[in-house]
Design a protein around this ligand. Structure first.
Ligand code: SF4
Length: 277
């Protein structure tokens, strides 16, 4: 049994999406929390339940809690396919690649709540790119953009937090403590980009038996995206979604070809919704 958040169900993979596999008879359940995934395992002791641990620092604390809970209960039919990613190593790798036309970063409020404003200091110190943390309401985003543009215009590169009501300097100590206890940073592959050192979260040795890759002896293959899909360049700010030959024709939110078109947060999906020419 695969338990997954809803936004993964339509992500195209080498053998189709989970949605398509489910239509073909695979046992794929959409869950809205790790609690539900754990309950699936409790209710079905004869079945192995694999939870897809995806997302950035925002969703990772819930995965860590689920692993601790599974260990506490001795829930040996529960495991996690660890695909959690870390934002800062990815930003640093992006800037280190050299040819990235980015003047600064509008940093996501939800990730920043966890990692804290100070986590962005290496971006400023090593690459002199301003980082402005903003919320998700229109006026919060506008305020963030104004501050970002002001920094660029004035030649400054600082971490600014315009979402201070929610984001602290140090971040969420409880969540960061869970990462420390349950996870270890590891090299991981980013779809359409490649491997970025220490940008993923694996399970720490005491919890490895809950790692689906280890439990089932899985070998994760290479991603195979459509040859015309330009998600890698889109994600890195090197091209715009509309420059992809598939945008809005073969690739739409209803029929996504590449990963950037799947969730409403994907660049191509957002571009399709708000910026079609
Ligand atoms: S439009 Fe579709 S195929 Fe093209 S880059 Fe975006 S997600 Fe990939």
């Amino acid at each position: 049994t695969i338990a997954t958040y809803g936004d993964m169900i339509r992500v195209p993979g080498r053998r189709g999406s989970l949605e398509r596999l489910r239509a073909g008879g695979a046992d794929v359940r959409v869950v809205n929390s790790t609690k539900t995934a754990l309950q699936l395992a409790r209710d079905n002791p004869a079945r192995q339940v694999v939870f897809l641990g995806v997302g950035f620092e925002t969703t990772a604390p819930a995965t860590a809690i689920a692993v601790l809970e599974a260990e506490r209960e001795g829930l040996e039919n529960f495991s996690v396919l660890m695909c959690h990613k870390l934002v800062i190593p990815a930003m640093l790798a992006l800037l280190s690649s050299g040819d990235v036309p980015l003047d600064g970063f509008l940093c996501p409020g939800h990730v920043s709540v966890i990692i804290g404003a100070r986590a962005y200091q290496p971006i400023v110190a090593q690459h002199r790119r301003p980082c402005v943390i903003a919320g998700f309401e229109p006026e919060q985003i506008l305020r963030g953009l104004i501050n970002l543009v002001r920094q660029v215009a004035e030649g400054r590169a600082e971490v600014e937090n315009v979402y201070a009501a929610v984001v602290s300097e140090q971040g969420n100590a409880t969540a960061l403590g869970l990462f420390e206890r349950v996870f270890v940073p590891e090299d991981t592959a980013w779809r359409a980009i490649g491997v970025i050192p220490q940008s993923g979260q694996g399970l720490a040795p005491p919890y490895r038996r809950f790692d689906a890759v280890e439990r089932f002896g899985l070998t994760l293959g290479e991603d195979e995206d459509h040859p015309a899909c330009r998600c890698g360049e889109v994600i890195q700010g090197k091209t715009e979604p509309a420059d992809c030959a598939l945008f809005g024709t073969a690739c739409t939110p209803l029929h996504p070809v590449g990963p950037c078109m799947v969730s409403s947060e994907g660049t191509c999906a957002a571009w399709y919704k708000y910026h079609r020419r």
